[in-house]
Every structure is written in C-alpha cells, then in structure tokens.
Design a protein around this ligand. Structure first.
Ligand code: SMG
Ligand code: MG
Length: 354
C-alpha cells in the first residue's frame, strides 16, 4: 500500500507498507489479523518474511486444536521471541472467536470509551519550514497531540521551532527510536525547556539501566517503546525507574491479551499508557482503537485516521471527527477488508490447513 507521503524515522524512510494479513477460518467464523513487522529488521529484530517462516514452520502447526485466542498464546509460549508473528495469529483467532460470539474487541478487552483521541506521528523532514507546514496541517485537521520523530541533528531546534510557531498549549512529544546514547544526556536535557509530554525510546532497546540513569538527568518523562516486549519487561522497567509512561504496541508485546496485561500492571503502578502505531491498515487500526479505549490509556495514542497514511484503506476508512475516532462496536474487529480492494492489493496468498 503506497503511503500518502514518505514517513522518515531515525531508522529509515518508508514510502509504502507491505502488509502481511492472516485470516483465521474456524468452524464458526473468519477472523483477521495484521502483522506489524516491517520488511527489514530495523525497528525490531523481526521482519515480514521471517514472520511468515516462523509461522509456517513452527507456530501454525503448534496451534492445531487450540480452542480460543488464549490457547494460541499458551501453545506458542515455549517458542522464544517472534512476538509480532505470535500476535498476528492470536489476533486472527481472537477476531474469529469474537465474531462467532457477537462480541467486539473493545468489549472483550475492557474498553470504556466510545471514541478515542487521535495523536499523529510526524516524520523527520528535509527542512523545518516543511515540518511546520505538516504540523500545521495536522492541527488544522483536529489532531489533539503531535509527536515529532527526532534524531541527532533534528531535535532541540526543531522542537523549539514547533513551540514558537504553534504555542505552548499543543500536546507535544518526541520519539527517537533508539537514536541516542547516554553521552547525549545533557543535550536531551535541553528538551526540558519545551514542556514535552515525554521522550520516547531515546536509547537502545536493551538499555533499560541507561534509561533509568537518563531519567535522573532529564526532567521530561521517559517513555519506552522498543524496550517493552512483554508484561515482564514492562514491570522491570517501571520498577527500575526506566520508564514513567509506556507506549503499548500489541504486536511488539505478542498480542492484544499481553497488551491488556501491561495496561493492567501499569495502571496498578500509576503509570499512564498510550497506544502506539505501526502504520497499520484498517484491520490493525480497528483493534488499536479498541485497545486505546481502555481506562488506563490516558494519553492520546498514535491512533490516527486512515488518511494519515493511506489514500485508500483496505477497510472502510477510519475518519476523524473532532480529533477523535469512533471505537468499533460490531462483532470482533467491527471491520473487515473490502474484498475488491483487498484483491487489488494482494500480491500473494497461501492457505495453510491446520
Ligand atoms: O502508525 O501512526 C503510526 C506510526 C506511529 O511513529 C509511529 N511508529 O516507533 O512509535 C514508533 C513508530 C514506528 C513506526 S515503524 C512503521
Ligand atoms: Mg516509537
């Protein structure tokens, strides 16, 4: 799926999204899952062809006979890692299960809101004026929170320019996607002047202690993304003082059920969470919106309208109203791919009987 404009982060530029969808066909219903891997292992160690391989070779045979989505997690637990691949299988089975029972994702997960506020993630650009135009455009559309991607050379001055142009009331945060080291601590502390909601994942994924050290130097709250791969790592990061806010991405943590566990433990620890995004199509977006409707999601997520990334979505598009998106209420995800659109975009199909 072509993106409406290039999306640049500290780890690369995307101009299109190559999406792996999984359709689970049970005796009772069909369910959809969207895998959030990228084609290359540059955001996480996983990558799309690797996810396909591990699913075919190990995961799909292992889930033969499971009764429900909980069973998927249990059947795959003894396999290490590959959480995005696990997540998409669980998601597709959960969708099928919920559709058969007439329950929505939001209801199943414990959602409490009918709409969720929309934040938008704004990529690194060629120039500051270009970025200011983009941010202005998103604010005009009604986005209630802006996230700026940063990297060395595109950080303090850029944030200052956005504050100067749009004022102090805009909810603003930054995401480094691991682009810094502890040696940059003083430099990152210069961001404290701009009243940011948070700095997302400044240091390497595995550097939990480094984030705890950084949190003592920088006043802006540290929010981990890449580092949080499970409820266990979330609990450890909170306990060590490495993160005071958590970005929950269901794919990264192995699925929506683990995402809910992180939500629950964060709430118990008084740690706010928000829902991250992986440039999902309407399938993944629907489930993310449902997750974002849980009570502990007290900050706007990277939950944007379909047209933030796609001119044509594969589901009926999610359209923002007043800075919010409606939480789907229909059975399961509440949306499914539009057959003709899906067919036109499909490059390969494989049917794997379990
Ligand atoms: O879906 O709105 C979105 C993208 C949000 O910035 C976003 N995601 O590190 O949080 C992140 C990045 C990863 C993007 S990789 C596709
Ligand atoms: Mg991030």
């Amino acid at each position: 799926m072509p993106l409406v404009s290039p999306f640049r982060t500290s780890f690369g530029t995307q101009t299109e999204r190559d999406i792996l969808l999984v359709k689970a066909v049970t005796g009772h219903a069909e369910g959809w899952g969207e895998c959030v891997t990228l084609p290359d292992p540059i955001y996480s160690p996983e990558y799309t062809e690797g996810a396909v391989d591990v699913m075919k070779r190990f995961f799909i045979p292992a889930i033969a006979g499971v009764r429900d989505a909980n069973g998927v997690g249990e059947a795959l637990q003894h396999f290490k890692g590959h959480r995005m691949a696990k997540a998409v299988l669980e998601m597709a089975v959960l969708d099928a299960e919920l559709r058969a029972e007439g329950r929505s994702f939001a209801r199943e997960l414990g959602g409490v809101h009918e709409t969720v506020p929309c934040g938008v993630s704004v990529g690194i650009m060629d120039s500051v004026p270009q970025l200011l135009d983009a941010v202005g455009g998103y604010l005009d559309q009604g986005y209630v929170r802006i996230k700026l991607k940063i990297e060395p050379g595109w950080d303090v001055d850029v944030v200052r320019a956005v504050r100067e142009r749009f004022g102090d009331d805009v909810l603003l945060q930054v995401d480094a996607n691991t682009a810094y080291t502890l040696r940059d601590a003083r430099h990152l502390a210069a961001l404290d002047a701009f009243d940011l909601l948070l700095i997302e994942q400044p240091l390497e994924e595995e550097d939990i202690v480094g984030h705890a050290d950084l949190a003592k130097i920088v006043q802006t709250p540290i929010c981990l993304d890449e580092s949080i791969t499970s409820a266990q790592t979330a609990a450890a990061a909170i306990r060590l003082g490495a993160t005071s806010i958590i970005n929950i991405k269901p794919g990264r943590v192995g699925g929506y059920l683990e995402a809910r566990r992180i939500h629950d433990l964060a709430a118990a620890a008084g740690v706010p969470v928000w829902c991250g995004g992986m440039v999902e199509s309407g399938i993944g977006r629907a489930a993310n919106i449902a997750l974002a409707s849980l009570p502990g999601f007290t900050l706007p997520g990277d939950v944007s309208a379909s047209d933030r990334f796609y001119r044509t979505d594969i589901t009926p598009p999610f359209v923002m109203e007043d800075g919010h998106l409606p939480v789907p209420t229909g059975p399961g995800l509440g949306v499914a791919p539009i057959p003709e659109v899906l067919e036109e975009l499909t490059t390969a199909v494989e049917w794997l009987p379990v």
